[in-house]
Design a protein around this ligand. Structure first.
Ligand code: NCD
Ligand code: ZN
Length: 351
């Protein structure tokens, strides 16, 4: 058995309020525990984006009733809520901005980006969805404003190379990659159809190899857990996003058994760095025990996520999550969630 600190996922879409057919705070946090995550940060791209204090407070109230692990929040902006920033800066772990189109209507342009960067005066990082050609534009704004920025879900060799150079230049940036970009390629995408659609898209084997080869330049593995129902995925216009909370750690433990990374990398990418970069409160008696030798197949019918599917369905993995403890209390054991709805804690950044 290996003992790991309770893992942190800084990039989760739990869908309440408004899209509870996809996920809710109870099913989403059950999925978190089943995947070894004891702390997750929820994204603001809800049906009504979380861009006001009112909406944030409402979301927190709803979460309190349902969550079973530690949950914190990110704030959103379309550039029209700059005065609201000062009211939420101490309540949220980051400000999430979208520079490329994806699920929800969140897109901002360069001019808006600049005014948002100037208005965000808190200590917490700005998180950017900026793929392809929007990355150099964003780096220019970071160069001018020097604001700590986390580049989410880096997926291509080109993007990661640009980020490595920008870090060498001294820009205050960190970056994350998702499990799907580490374990799936465009070839898998062809077989998966809509179940392999996400933003950023799956890339080539060469891109994936580059990510693995440069793991030391990556700061965080973030699940980008983005559940959509089978019905939505089966429609003519399927939404982007795949679930990831329950499969990320087993996939990484499998990669560890193949010598692709060490346990210290898993701890760094999913605990130490997320904790440091996002000022996340943690507890020594919050931990996960895994049997690194146990093999099993990922199976849609064993998932806690409400969407009920995974792009990794059928994959054989090595490394099973056995127990999860939060502040000394056993909350998950052998495939069963033990804690009561609403027993989780809302968290805020450490001062
Ligand atoms: C996300 C979603 O469904 O909310 N989808 C995705 O493909 N990653 C939106 C996002 O964060 O891009
Ligand atoms: Zn996302």
């Amino acid at each position: 058995m290996i003992k790991l600190p309770g893992l942190i996922d800084i990039h989760t879409h739990l869908r309440t309020p408004g899209q509870e057919q996809k996920e809710d705070f109870y099913t989403g946090t059950q999925a978190a525990l089943a995947g070894g995550f004891t702390t997750i940060l929820d994204m603001p791209n809800n049906q009504q984006p979380i861009t006001t204090l009112d909406r944030l407070e409402n979301k927190i109230k709803l979460a309190e009733q349902d969550i079973i692990c530690d949950v914190g929040f990110h704030f959103g902006s379309l550039g029209d809520n700059l005065l609201e920033f000062q009211n939420v800066q101490e309540m949220v772990f980051g400000l999430k901005l979208y520079l490329n189109p994806t699920t929800g209507n969140f897109l901002i342009n360069e001019e808006k980006l600049k005014s948002i960067y100037e208005a965000w005066t808190g200590n917490q990082p700005i998180i950017l969805h900026c793929e392809g050609e929007t990355l150099p534009m964003a780096l220019e704004v970071i160069r001018q404003t020097k604001k700590p920025t986390h580049i989410a879900h880096v997926s291509s060799a080109e993007e990661l190379s640009i980020i490595i150079s920008a870090k060498e230049e001294g820009l205050p940036i960190t970056c994350g990659v998702t499990p799907h970009h580490l374990f799936l390629t465009d070839i898998d995408g062809q077989k998966l159809g809509a179940y392999g659609y996400m933003k950023p898209y799956l890339k080539t084997q060469e891109d994936q190899d580059f990510l693995w080869k440069n793991l030391d330049s990556i700061d965080i593995i973030e699940s980008d857990h983005a559940p959509h129902t089978k019905k939505e995925k089966g429609s003519d216009n399927p939404p982007f996003g795949v679930p990831g909370l329950e499969t990320t750690l087993p996939l990484l433990l499998t990669a560890m058994s193949q010598g692709k990374l060490a346990i210290a990398d898993i701890t760094r990418l999913m605990f130490t760095n997320p904790k440091r970069i996002f000022n996340i409160p943690t507890d020594e008696d919050t931990f996960v025990e895994v049997d690194e030798t146990e093999e099993y197949a990922i199976d849609n019918k064993n998932l806690f996520t409400k969407c009920g599917w995974s792009p990794f369905n059928g994959w054989r993995v090595q490394g099973k999550i056995k127990t999860v403890f939060i502040r000394g209390i056993k909350v998950f054991e052998d495939g069963k969630v033990l804690s009561k709805k609403g027993s989780g804690k809302i968290i805020f950044p450490r001062p």
